[in-house]
Design a protein around this ligand. Sequence first.
Ligand SMILES: [Zn+2]
Length: 134
Amino acid sequence: MDPHQYNIYYRYLSFNGTTTRYFPGTTKNQKSNIRSGAKKYTIVNGQLFRKPEEKNPQFRRVVKLDEAPSVISTYHADRPGGNSHWGRDKTIAKVKQDLYIQGLRGHVTGLINNCQVCQMARAGITTPPPPTTI
Ligand SMILES: [Zn+2]
């Protein structure tokens, strides 16, 4: 989720009377969108969570756009340099169990396309490249 959008929902849902429910300058129309959009989210332990849905019946932490690549990479490869580089669909399925990430499929596709281990596996290279000498 866009970090700004995250903050908007967070502020709305954590409203307790000490600040305003919306950021200053929010239009009537925007407020209406925030109210309906925020119904899908809740705050747990100070973090925004997506509420259970039919397809994903558990609370899932909302990941901000800027932390998505690093978070997804921990699901794609269980440990750095390990052999468990999951494919696109498996990676998506694993992430979806715990997290809500907007544009997840695109993020995962980009990550795998840029993953050196996966690229080598696709090219049929099973041994790591020799260390570069300077
Ligand atoms: Zn990989």
